[in-house]
Design a protein around this ligand. Structure first.
Ligand code: SAJ
Length: 411
């Protein structure tokens, strides 16, 4: 434990910060969550979860009712801080550290010396050092020896956060060994996985490497799908056969790569080493080009369908069985098609949302439609997300429509 650890401040109560705060508090650690959104803070203080994550509500309610968790819009005074704020990227694909900097400024004002500060946000190499330097610049009365700073990237899978936060192994990168050990002691309050201690920059890079590995593998699958289409080969059968080899494990092609992790993190490596990160950049570009390739196929099918065709787009989320539309290639396809094909009727089907997102709301040719109605009316059916509900669709329901299955679920 750091010299004293009776209170932990969690900065940022989003997809990662809130589950972390709730689990810590549920394990008896006095936890104060901080968020800039008054609405989120009020919700948390009422034991309500402002987004969908299975199992979170029960743990949050328990922690709030027992009094171990409270939330505030002010950075609290605490013995340890966990920073879990967004790290978006800029137009040039550089990491935007402004949320981390704002968190650092808030924390700096509260320090008395001896505190542990952990950066959990996915960050480019050097961000933890940058955060520490910013804190110390704001507090000339403190030296580097007065604070313990570490990076501990989260690696939980949305939808399984409550389970994975406890069972996953944790990489802990300290600016010093003492900081890494203090962070390990904090996480051991609830984490049952193995603790892997390293330096901060390696920890930052490890997280980016995991997501880049997945991105490169998916880019390989996406390139294979384009090659296979040209050669008249079923890419899913091809990958299934190749994966029978004991040392081959190719992921699945799709309409592109979305979400706020795999589609973002590899750019941080490219930005940190632009001359060297050629494969990683090409993989990003390959995956980012996939929606345009799918659009080309849809436009061809619409042209063949004649005057005022109607097209069903099945799925808008970035992956199966969630309601998250962030960086979604399916949404990008719907949005672009709405602009390029004003004469087509676009029937958008997304069972996990109740109204169209802002980017489609004002498109006169797009309607949020039930799967049954869309299949009934469509000349062209495009499967974009492999939601469980779509797997049950029968050949009879598809009728005579031209089918473009970007996930290979109806083979
Ligand atoms: N996708 C494919 N083909 C596949 C697998 C995924 O096209 O074979 C697409 C999905 O449809 C989606 C995108 O990739 O659009 C990303 O989905 P995902 O399930 O691969 O990953 P995320 O973004 O939900 O979560 C990832 C996870 N990272 C790894 O598995 C290495 C998770 O463990 C991380 O915690 C998370 O990123 C994060 O926060 O960084």
């Amino acid at each position: 434990m750091p010299r004293k650890l009776s209170t932990v401040g969690v900065i940022g109560l989003g997809y990662i910060g809130l589950p972390t705060a709730a689990i810590l508090a549920d394990h008896g650690v006095r936890t104060i969550g901080m968020d800039v959104s008054e609405r989120n803070v009020a919700a948390v203080n009422n034991g309500e979860v402002p987004f969908v994550e299975p199992g979170l509500r029960e743990v949050l309610e328990r922690a709030v009712n027992s009094g171990t968790l409270t939330a505030s819009t002010e950075t609290p005074v605490a013995d340890a801080y966990i920073v879990a704020v967004p790290t978006p990227f800029t137009e040039t694909h550089a990491a935007d550290l402004s949320y981390i900097e704002a968190a650092a400024d808030g924390i700096a004002a509260k320090l008395t010396g001896g505190e542990l500060i952990i950066l959990e946000s996915t960050s480019p190499p050097g961000a933890t050092e940058h955060m520490a330097a910013r804190i110390l610049a704001a507090r000339p009365d403190l030296t580097a020896e007065d604070i313990l700073v570490a990076h501990c990237p989260e690696r939980v899978l949305p939808g399984k956060i409550m389970e994975e936060m406890i069972t996953n192994d944790r990489i802990i990168g300290g600016l010093t060994r003492e900081a890494a050990e203090a962070a390990r002691d904090l996480y051991s309050a609830f984490c049952k996985g193995e603790f892997l201690l390293t330096d901060a920059k390696t920890a930052e890079m490890a997280k980016l490497t995991e997501n880049s590995f997945r991105d490169v593998n998916i880019a390989f699958a996406n390139e294979l799908s384009v090659i296979s289409h040209k050669l008249g080969i079923d890419v899913w059968e091809l990958i299934e056969l190749a994966n029978h080899h004991p040392r081959v494990n190719i992921l699945q092609p799709g309409p592109g790569v979305g979400g706020h992790c795999i589609a973002v993190d590899p750019w941080f490596i490219v930005d940190a080493a632009p001359e060297q990160a050629n494969l990683i950049r090409t993989a990003r570009q390959t995956n980012d080009a996939k929606p345009e390739w799918v659009l080309g196929r849809i436009e061809q099918a619409l042209e063949a369908a004649g005057e005022n065709p109607s097209v069903a787009l099945l799925g808008l989320a970035f992956k199966a069985n969630i309601d998250d539309l962030r960086e979604s290639p399916s949404l990008q396809i719907a949005e672009t098609l709405a602009q390029r094909a004003p004469g087509a009727e676009i029937l958008a089907v997304e069972p996990n949302i109740e109204q169209l997102p802002a980017v489609l709301e004002n498109s006169a040719n797009v309607t949020l439609t039930s799967v049954e109605d869309a299949l009934e009316a469509a000349d062209v059916v495009v499967l974009l997300v492999d939601h469980a509900a779509f797997k049950a669709i029968t050949t009879a329901q598809l009728g005579t429509a031209t089918v473009i299955d970007t996930r290979g679920i109806w083979r």
